[in-house]
Every structure is written in C-alpha cells, then in structure tokens.
Design a protein. Sequence first.
Length: 368
Amino acid sequence: MNEKNEEINKLIKKLLRQLNKYFKITLDDVKRSILKHSVKLAEPFNNFNVALMSEIKEAFEKLQQNILAIINTSVDGAISSAEQKLIQDIQSHFSKIKNVVADYSKSDLMAIVPKFENRPLNHKAYNAFINRLNNGVSLSDRVWKITRQAKSVVEFTLKSGILEGKSAAEMARILSESLNNPDKLFRRVRNQSGNLETSKNAKLYNPGKGVYRSSYKNALRLAATETNMAYHFAEFERIQQIPSIIGFRVVLSGSHKIYDICDRFEGEYRKDFCFIGWHPLCMCSTRTIFLSDEDFKKYLQTGVIKSISYIKTIPEEASAFLKSKSDKLTEIKNKPYWLRQNAKIVSDVTGVSMEKLAQGTKSGSITA
C-alpha cells in the first residue's frame, strides 16, 4: 500500500470508530425510549405514543448533527494530510537531485522556487468544494437522507412488531439486529412452491437504486468518499502552485481486483486535470511528476519552464474510452463529479460541447 492510501485509510478507520460510537448511542437511546413507553405499545400504530416518536425523532436529529460534524472534521484532516504529504514529496524530490542544485545557495534556490509551506491556501476553491452541491443536493441534505433512512427502519420495526404482537423487549432486540444487519429484516423467504422470493418486508422497504439498506453503510460510504475526495482535491489545488510539477500519474490501489473504470483511466495526466476519484470509495491514488533533471537545471538558470515540458494530455486508453462513450456522456443525468469538474478537458478530447456535458436528459452511468 502506498503512503497516500495509508493516510486516507487512517482517516477512514477513525471515521469507522466514530460512526460506530454515534450509531450505538442513537440505538441505545431509541431502545431506552421503546422500553420506557412500552405500556402503550398495544395501541394502533397511527395513534402511537407521541412522546416515544418525539424522542426517536430527537435521537436521529442528534445523529444527523454528529455525522455531519464527523465528515467535516475528516475533510479538514484530509486536506491537511494531503498538503503534508505533498510537502514530503517535494522535499524528497529535491533530496534526490542534489547534484542539480549543488551550485545554488538556499536563498538563490528559494528565490526561484518559492517556499511551498508559505504559499497561501486557495480558500475560495476549498470552500466551493466543501459547500458544493452533488446533483443539486448538499452534504447536509445527504446526511439527513441517511438518518431519515435509519429512522424509517425504526418505525418499520415498531409497526411490524406491533402488528405481530411482539413485546417492547423483543422489538428492542430486533431493532438492534435490523439496524446493524437490515438484510436480516428484509431477507428473502420461500413461497409455497419452495422457491425463494422477496419477503413482504423487503417489498415494503426499498431505499432506492445504488443505496444500501443499511443506513450505517450509507453513512460510512458518504463519509469515506467525501474524505477521499477532499484529500485529492487539496492535492490538486496545491500542485497548481508548484511550477516544477508537470503532471501526475493515477495508479490503481493494491486492493483493486474487479476490472472497472479505474483500469481504463490509469496513467499520466496533465496537471490541470482535477482527479478526485472515479467513483464512490475509489482508492486509486496519484504520483506527482516533476521536471526532468535537465529541465529543472534550466529552470534554475532562467526561471522559465517551457510549455513543451508539461504533460498536455490524458492517457490514451482514457481518451479512447471517453470518445467511445461520447453519446452517452450527454445523456447522463447525474454526472460524476470528476466529469463535471473536467468538462473543458473532456470536451477537448471527445468533441462534445461543454454545454451538453453540463446537462443531462436521462439517468445513466459510465461503466468500463
């Protein structure tokens, strides 16, 4: 595993621990409320205990706030980690080319290559990324949708339990299982012919395409994806400020096993291509590409880097793939963030106008 993935994995492991903690707190609060109000559980669901439902609503509102806070903290940590890693990469690169810079004093060198640590953050770009809308939906709204999903599982469990005459203690136990493993609640069953079919519970509860039944898994997926994207976005913003970085290379994760878009898009990219991951939970990483020793020596002598020194393309296979999907690109309603962020480059590659890339006519996806 490379160092960049190690940094991201550390952040995600921390996310996992925090999400576990707050989901457990919420579950314990809900279970206590159910047991507390068990006297009225026999009432029809539509006339259900108002105090109980109010307490459940409050518990999930707290969960929503906690998840949002966790993600925001993790995003800040990812930005900081990305910058520190890039500083290390630059320092490591300079240490490897000591023979090139040996004739220059530190003050002369820093006059040509301004000290990276002192360069100001592009706060406008960071804020735009953090506050961006994902197909018209804010991060806060996406977190709210996840907690609403968890709350609906609680309500579904209570309603089913009341109809089946289960006690408050039984429902509290089932609730623990269903929130942690909702597939158990929505499992397939055998019909009279002995064939497996979707249970009544599963038919009644469908969270939608591309969404886990588990609100915990959806929360982890969202938090991990946001953290990963923030890391890469911070890295992208910083390399724009370093003249001696001429591009970067996207490489597959060591744990990558299934052939997908990541395989198609592996390779060297121009530095203004904004890589933030190809799909949710994408674990591809990047390697910065510096000027050759000879070109760097010329840069030290003149303070100028010729345009020809920079990578100006994206990988051939990625270009061919995008061209083959040019018609489909205009049809995708919910376009991936990397496509929207790189609309100009994709337009240059495919010939599809930026206006068409910014609009969609029906749902779709880009697959390998």
